[in-house]
Design a binder for this molecule. Sequence first.
Ligand code: RP5
Length: 169
Amino acid sequence: MNTTASPQPLVGIIMGSNSDWPTMQAAAKVLAEFGVSYEARVVSAHRTPDLMFEYAEAARGRGLKAIIAGAGGAAHLPGMVAAKTTLPVLGVPVQSKALSGQDSLLSIVQMPKGIPVATFAIGEAGAANAGLFAVALLANENVELAARLDAFRARQTRTVLDMELPPPA
Ligand code: RP5
């Protein structure tokens, strides 16, 4: 699956299975909202290990600035990708059936010292935040993107300030 045809993607979104896409598409939506070019594809650590290494090794040379990697269960994908590239790797624990994503979370967050993976919340919130984090990384070198991020935060703040509560039932 390669869901985008952006000629020069800045962010790679990879995931262990197409069953992760309902979660990981939250990252893609954020990047699209901010006008950040991305690619999204299935790369499995244990089912396509050679592809995983090829992808990680080629990523910087292809112009990617960050990789968002999501996986569920014994989720080695973010850590193994981080082992093969010095690009920032943003790990998203996908909610698993057996352990509700606790397994994914611990597999991703407990990287031994030396190979970092920035780990996000389990599920859709984590994927969306990984997208926002990638935007923040890119905004360091892009004032327009930084302004869009400020505007997003301001809208979000306004939404909460405008919240009204109904009378108690
Ligand atoms: C992992 O196993 C994937 O990241 C996915 O979260 C999980 C289940 O994969 P499928 O059996 O749905 O392909 O590799």
